[in-house]
Design a binder for this molecule. Structure first.
Ligand code: RB5
Length: 145
């Protein structure tokens, strides 16, 4: 599976650790930046990762900013993106099972790197449950039309 990843200055250390972790697990990681800890505007990175999903280069994406919230707001403006800002294990798992989320957004100033890696593992390892959730996710897409 190919996974796109990106961050701003609020999530740089987390992004480096997540990228290394996913590489060690055998995933192909497409790093959309930033590549050094400089101040940037998170929407610029959110769009880069989101477009890797919508152009089908990658199946899933990970975005890290200070809170995870700005990244999720920006990514969710891209048609076809379902980005979820998560800080706990239950949400990271169920946003895949029930929402078919395709981007996980994390807060580098909210959770530690250890928790972030656990949430990433849950996110990438959990499939969409389908069934009754298909229609609900379709209704989200309908809002974009
Ligand atoms: C950057 O200072 C910070 O605003 C950003 O990382 C993020 O938390 C926005 O949601």
């Amino acid at each position: 599976m190919k996974i796109a990843i990106g961050c701003d200055h609020g999530g740089f250390e987390h992004k480096c650790a997540i990228s290394e972790h996913l590489n060690n697990r055998g995933f192909e990681v497409i790093d959309c930046g930033i590549y050094e800890k400089v101040s940037v505007d998170y929407p610029d990175i959110a769009v880069k990762v989101a477009e890797k999903i919508t152009d089908k280069t990658c199946e899933l994406g990970i975005l890290v900013c200070g809170t995870g919230i700005g990244m999720s707001m920006a990514a969710n403006k891209v048609k076809g993106i379902r980005a979820a800002a998560c800080s706990d294990h239950f949400s990271a798992k169920y946003t895949r099972l029930h929402n078919d989320a395709n981007i996980l957004c994390l807060g580098g100033r909210v959770i530690g790197i250890g928790t972030a890696l656990e949430l990433v593992d849950l996110f990438v390892d959990t499939p969409f449950e389908g069934g009754r959730h298909i229609n609900r996710v379709q209704k989200i897409s309908n809002i974009e039309k």
